[in-house]
Design a protein around this ligand. Structure first.
Ligand code: PBG
Ligand code: ZN
Length: 323
């Protein structure tokens, strides 16, 4: 291979750089999270996440409508119910806040949007864990059963994609089986396959009021481990996941790259709440150029090998021409 000794030639003008760019990010790569709460007419900014709102099942239609005008077609819903209990009964209620939102969105936008639901119990349980708790331990198989029911209820209400974020073993298989039994064989599973126990979820847990008693280290992954991400990903694919995910994203770009090299399916990363809030706070303090930083981060995920990015920056980045 002959290497040019003057790489600057190809950086000489903006148009030249544009022509030779290896990577790009645009609206079709982005998935937008929404936080839906009980009640009507709610549209309240989340303190820890400037520019992100709590909405109710009626106002989410307007929020998604505005996103859609910007070209953001994929939407991830998190439910925050008023009622929380030990087993997260609100999570499997056909009239849950997520299911009401799904019906409203599908009524209005049909197949012009993709609806994705986060399938996890932590926002629905009074102890804040992602599964059932007994004697201080997180039970695996009974939790999987409840999560599978939750996925079925979301799919029936109009979720195109269900997305388990709990990290119980065998949840993808449990969910696939339950979906198929209910004639929902076309519902896609996007698994949070390599999800790490992370300090970067802090603002999200405020938003969802889902901080656990204790921590999540007995089910979410240990940040010292890289190979294990491949194991988790392969297991989820064997169990029937259609797409896989690495979460968080910025501190785990090596994991994104390693998973990319192993799998053929679409790969998603989650640019999580703490990553978002860090950028927002640094920008508000006048320390960084927000436009350039958001663009640089989103491009990093794409360069590392992600197809899609779940991010809170989407609508602002597009509206203001950052990407
Ligand atoms: C629920 C869930 C969490 C996030 C997505 N789904 C929180 C957690 O596991 O504690 C984090 C999202 C974010 O921080 O933006 N299991
Ligand atoms: Zn959870």
């Amino acid at each position: 291979m002959n290497l040019i000794d003057r790489p600057r030639r190809l950086r000489s003008t903006a148009v030249m750089r544009e022509m030779v760019a290896e990577t790009e990010v645009s609206a079709r790569h982005l998935i937008t999270p929404h936080f839906v709460v009980d009640g009507t007419g709610v549209h309240e900014e989340i303190g820890a996440m400037p520019g992100v709102y709590h909405t109710s099942a009626d106002t989410i239609v307007e929020e998604v409508g505005r996103d859609l005008e910007l070209g953001l077609k994929s939407h991830l819903l998190f439910g925050i119910p008023d009622h929380k209990d030990a087993t997260g009964t609100s999570a499997v209620d056909d009239n849950s806040v997520v299911n009401r939102s799904l019906r409203a969105l599908k009524d209005k936008f049909g197949d012009d949007i993709i609806t994705i639901t986060d399938v996890c119990l932590c926002a629905y349980t009074d102890h804040g864990h992602c599964g059932f708790v007994k004697d201080g331990r997180i039970l695996n198989d009974p939790s999987v059963e409840q999560l599978a029911k939750m996925a079925v209820s979301h799919a029936k209400a109009g979720a195109d994609i269900v997305s388990p974020s709990d990290m119980m073993d065998g949840r993808v298989a449990g969910m696939r089986e339950a979906l198929d039994e209910n004639d929902l064989e076309n519902t896609v599973i996007l698994s949070y396959s390599a999800k790490y126990a992370s300090a970067y979820y802090g603002p999200f847990r405020d938003a969802c009021d889902s901080a656990p008693q204790g921590d999540r280290k007995s089910y979410q992954m240990d940040s010292r481990n890289g190979r294990e991400a491949i194991l988790e990903t392969i297991l989820d694919l064997q169990e029937g996941a259609d797409m896989v995910m690495v979460k968080p994203a910025l501190a785990y770009l090596d994991i994104i790259k390693r998973v990319r090299d192993e799998v053929l399916c679409p790969l998603v990363c989650y640019n999580v709440s703490g990553e978002y809030s860090m950028v927002k706070n640094a920008a508000a303090a006048g320390l960084v150029d927000e436009a350039a930083m958001v663009r640089e981060n989103l491009l990093a995920f794409r360069r590392a090998g992600c197809d899609m990015i779940i991010t809170y920056h989407g609508h602002e980045a597009i509206e203001k021409g950052w990407i």
